[in-house]
Design a protein around this ligand. Structure first.
Ligand SMILES: Nc1nc2c(ncn2[C@@H]2O[C@H](COP(=O)(O)OP(=O)(O)O)[C@@H](O)[C@H]2O)c(=O)[nH]1
Ligand SMILES: [Mg+2]
Length: 449
């Protein structure tokens, strides 16, 4: 852990400024060589303009702003230096190479954060929140990540861990001092304490449904027979001419995916090849893919051409979505021939991909079955499946321990489940996470973070 690491903290490619980060005991020594000043002793947290020199030639490579964060008051808790260079990939590469020649080592993904964790600058759920913040696709996810980064999850869990520990202490001392079973009044107290913990865990874990929706969003597939206007609707929903639209049936042969958001929920919209019998090999493959997309989607929008009577092909598709989460949209409502009435008695929306009529109702209808009160309330949400899983496991352990109390099972056995629960809760914040698990988690981080 002592070795000094280096990485580009900004994206590769040209930019106004590119930031190189060094962390570790030798950071200052390395920078002294780069600026050719053996006595360079920057005031911590002060931006200094410096020339950066090549090692062998007298050449100045760049003029850069150097900021020194002295241990332990830095992101990683170690000596950390940020060099803000001009954002030229050539210059950045050269300066990183010099750092490597001066015995820094290229940082691995998330290694700065891992060091921050090891040095107690943040806990695991906070480090994960920084990763999620950087990856956030929507404002809503960014807001949730900031809350988690500021410790909201760990603060919610702490009282539960304290309460659980209290129960454990009582049981352990009764194990030492009492020969007989737990007195009834104490057993009742313990059971009710555990019940409160279980309910709170349940409440926190239940926000994951909304959190997952915000983070992962919905896969929505547009299906229908050729020429009903799927690609037109796809473009209209995106607000971009992404898919090819023609009056020729069978234009769309492969799927197209695009992302947009409805009320902060990321939607991955899939335009598919029109479903029909075909002898065209390529179109046939496209149709197979459409069928797969239909089954994989969270929601299928079946598009019908309202200017024509329902055809056998329409009816076949309508039968196919039975059992899948779906809604019917009747397109081309700008044409005055309104030939299709309700389908299978289900609610149908009238839209026009051409004029935009009905699109805002359609958007509402897409998210309506999934949107929950929690998203509206803007409370703190569990967004990470790892956290959700650990909360559930902790809850199950406590529940089964609690049921053992009634059966007068020995405290030793009851304690096993409670210790497991405490360990699971500790894994959320990283106190009880194994090295192997940490390595797995941090490999999902950016290099330079
Ligand atoms: N009048 C009218 N024509 C439309 C509408 N939507 C699509 N079309 C036309 O229907 C034809 C087929 O559209 P397209 O989006 O390629 O259908 P797809 O085969 O289902 O993808 C094109 O000529 C479109 O211009 C609509 O809402 N109103
Ligand atoms: Mg199409």
């Amino acid at each position: 852990m002592e070795n000094t690491i280096v990485a580009l903290a900004t994206p590769t490619g040209r930019s106004g400024i590119g930031v190189i980060r060094l962390s570790g005991a030798n950071s200052l020594e390395i920078v002294r060589t780069l600026v050719r000043d053996k006595n360079f002793s920057p005031t911590p947290r002060t931006a200094l303009l410096q020339k950066i020199y090549d090692l062998e030639t007298p050449d100045v490579l760049d003029e850069a702003i150097i900021t020194y964060f002295q241990a332990p008051r830095s992101f990683t808790g170690e000596d950390l230096i940020e060099i803000s260079c001009h954002g030229s990939p050539v210059i950045l590469r050269q300066i990183i190479d010099l750092c490597l020649r001066l015995n820094a080592r290229m940082a691995e993904a998330g290694e700065f954060s891992l060091r921050a964790l090891a040095n107690g600058r943040m806990n695991l759920s906070q480090a994960e929140a920084i990763r999620d913040l950087i990856d956030a696709q929507t404002v809503a996810v960014a807001r949730q990540s900031i809350r988690q980064m500021r410790g909201e999850l760990s603060n919610q869990l702490q009282p539960l861990k304290d309460a659980l520990l209290n129960v454990i202490v009582i049981l352990e001392s009764s194990l030492e001092f009492v020969e007989d079973d737990l007195p009834d009044f104490q057993a009742e107290k313990i059971k009710s304490d555990l019940q409160v913990i279980v309910e709170t865990l349940d409440k926190t874990a239940s926000t994951f449904q909304a959190g997952k929706l915000l983070r992962e969003g919905l896969r929505v597939a547009l299906v229908g027979r050729p020429n009903v206007g799927k690609s037109s609707l796809f473009n209209a929903l995106l607000g971009a001419e992404r898919a090819i639209v023609t009056e020729i049936a069978g234009t769309t042969r492969d799927q197209i995916h695009e992302k947009f958001t409805i009320n902060n929920i990321p939607i991955s919209l899939i335009d598919t090849a029109g479903l029909r019998e075909t002898s065209d090999v390529i179109e046939g493959i496209g149709i197979e893919r459409s069928k797969r997309a239909m089954v994989d989607a969270d929601l299928v929008i079946v598009l019908i051409d309202g200017s024509e009577n329902l055809t056998d092909e329409d009816k076949k598709i309508i039968a196919q979505v039975d059992g899948l989460s779906h809604l019917f949209a009747i397109n081309k409502s700008d044409l005055s021939r309104d030939k299709v009435k309700d389908i299978n008695n289900s609610k149908t929306l009238r839209v026009s991909a051409k004029t935009g009529f009905g699109l805002s109702e359609l958007k509402k209808a897409i998210v309506q079955p999934f949107a929950s009160q929690e998203i509206e309330n803007k409370g703190f949400l569990i967004t990470d499946s790892r956290h959700f899983d650990l909360l559930l496991r902790a809850k199950l352990e406590i529940e089964s321990s609690s049921s053992l109390i009634d059966n007068k099972i020995s405290e030793e056995i009851i304690l096993i489940g409670l210790h497991n629960a405490l360990r699971y809760l500790g894994e959320v914040t990283g106190e009880t996470t194994t090295e192997e698990m940490l390595a797995r988690i941090f490999s999902t981080f950016c290099i330079g973070k």
